[in-house]
Design a protein around this ligand. Structure first.
Ligand code: ZN
Ligand code: ZN
Length: 169
């Protein structure tokens, strides 16, 4: 995993704290990102979770952000920080936190953030490797990296993780 750029470290720590404490809206206000109201953020999150639960084969686990493994939190926060900081590419619909709506990203595609209609842009690699430990799919059936979707606020983060690195309940 890459080391975050120094100027993003502070932002990442603030994001970590805000998400852990459920204060995403407050953080966005602090960053002077003119987001929608908190109820809009909540609605966006509910839409997101509702939509994802209808997808076939989704393994749903309700974990708090603080319970996710460190590598996963760091990966998500770096991606979120780069998006909020204006470093990410987006789909043509230009999802921003100013118009809270479910947004999607994949940890294997750094710096790309897409809206709900454009999740097809998050093409999965042919041979995924675990984002936690780097193990590839050339190993024994059943323990190789599997796709998971982690919902953080109104972000849905796709990531491949092996059984060892997968967050447990
Ligand atoms: Zn889009
Ligand atoms: Zn792993």
């Amino acid at each position: 995993m890459d080391v975050p750029e120094p100027n993003l470290t502070d932002l990442i720590l603030r994001i970590d704290e805000a998400i852990t404490e459920g204060r995403e809206a407050e953080l966005l206000a602090d960053l002077q990102i003119p987001v929608g109201r908190e109820d809009q953020l909540d609605a966006a999150r509910d839409d997101l979770i509702g939509g994802l639960l209808q997808a076939p084969g989704i393994d749903h686990r309700d974990l708090g952000f603080a319970e996710q493994p460190g590598w996963l939190r760091l990966g998500i926060m770096m991606a979120a920080a780069r998006w909020l900081d204006g470093h990410a590419r987006t789909c043509p619909h230009d999802p921003t936190a100013e118009r809270p709506a479910p947004v999607h990203l994949a940890l294997w595609l750094p710096d790309l953030v897409v809206c709900e209609e454009c999740t097809h842009l998050l093409v999965a690699p042919e041979h995924p490797s675990c984002a936690g430990c780097g193990v590839g799919d050339g190993i024994e059936e059943g323990i190789g990296p599997r796709l998971m979707i982690v919902v953080v606020g109104f972000l849905a983060v796709r990531v491949f993780a092996c059984t060892e690195c997968m967050p447990r309940e």
